[in-house]
Design a protein around this ligand. Structure first.
Ligand SMILES: O=C[C@H](O)COP(=O)(O)O
Length: 264
């Protein structure tokens, strides 16, 4: 597919998962902000995805210091409001000025039995609140070994994007995260990542149109670190990364954001 265009500004999103209380979150964002320069924000969208309990603290810090760091949530309810104990609605996240909500992360699919239908409802709830969903897709090791990764991922994509119109898909971010590469130290090769990300973009063009497909950012996730990000970002259809473990280390995450300075 076509190489990245200026309309696809790269996105580096740090998914902290269940790490960092609100005080630790403030300290981590302060360290990142101290290291990041204006030119970094110009080149790349940089986001942190803290636990719900830390979002308000991150917002306060970002607002007070006028930081260029964006932020989002790790999940969002499919419901608008009501008797859903423990859930957080998209409008609540919008009130905290979240730019993103991760939906369908493999850990949610695996430990909370989230289906493509639920993931789709969450993505639509986020979009209705003007929040960009980061829709995660990815195959397990058994599927990869059988060579079924593209079919598996495209089925998740079709399900996750159901009833989302073209004007909204442009604001959606897709994250390709092979489950076998998450937190394992195993990274997909750049070629593996490109194969699936290119297939995702081709499917977007089939479901919508070439223009929309060209605008959607497709991230890679799975053991991304400073040592492998440059080669991953050199792939035509990879527009950024959803970073887990390495995003907890401000020095490493800033290095990832500055992938252009690293050798491929
Ligand atoms: O959301 C992030 C991904 O699950 C990747 O996590 P990881 O970088 O720790 O492998």
């Amino acid at each position: 597919m076509a190489p990245a265009t200026p309309s696809r500004k790269p996105l580096m999103a740090g998914n902290w998962k269940m790490n960092n209380n609100h005080l630790e979150a403030i300290a981590l964002v302060q360290k990142m902000a101290f290291a990041l320069k204006e030119a970094d924000y110009d080149a790349v969208d940089i986001a942190v995805i803290p636990p719900f309990t830390a979002i308000r603290s991150v917002q306060t810090l970002v607002d007070a210091d006028r930081l260029g760091i964006q932020y989002g949530a790790q999940d969002v309810s499919q419901h608008a409001s009501g008797a859903y104990t423990g859930e957080i609605s998209a409008s609540m996240l919008a009130k905290l000025k979240c730019s993103y909500a991760v939906v369908g992360h493999s850990e949610r699919r695996q430990y909370h039995a989230e289906t493509d239908e639920i993931v789709n409802a969450k993505a639509r709830a986020a979009l209705a609140a003007d929040i960009s969903p980061i829709l995660c897709v990815g195959e397990g090791l058994d599927v990869r070994k059988a060579g079924g990764q593209v079919a598996h991922v495209l089925a998740q994509l079709d399900g996750g994007l159901a009833k989302i119109p073209a004007d909204q898909v442009r604001r959606t971010v897709i994250a390709y995260e092979p489950v076998w590469a998450i937190g394992t130290g195993e990274t997909a090769t750049p070629k593996d990542a490109q194969e699936v990300c290119a297939a995702i973009r081709t499917r977007l063009a089939e479901l919508y149109d070439g223009g929309s497909a060209d605008e959607v950012r497709i991230l890679y996730g799975g053991s991304v670190k400073g040592g492998n990000i440059a080669a991953i970002m050199a792939q035509d259809d990879v527009d950024g990364a959803l970073v887990g473990g390495a995003s907890l280390d401000p020095g490493e995450f800033v290095k990832i954001c500055r992938y252009r300075d690293l050798p491929v």
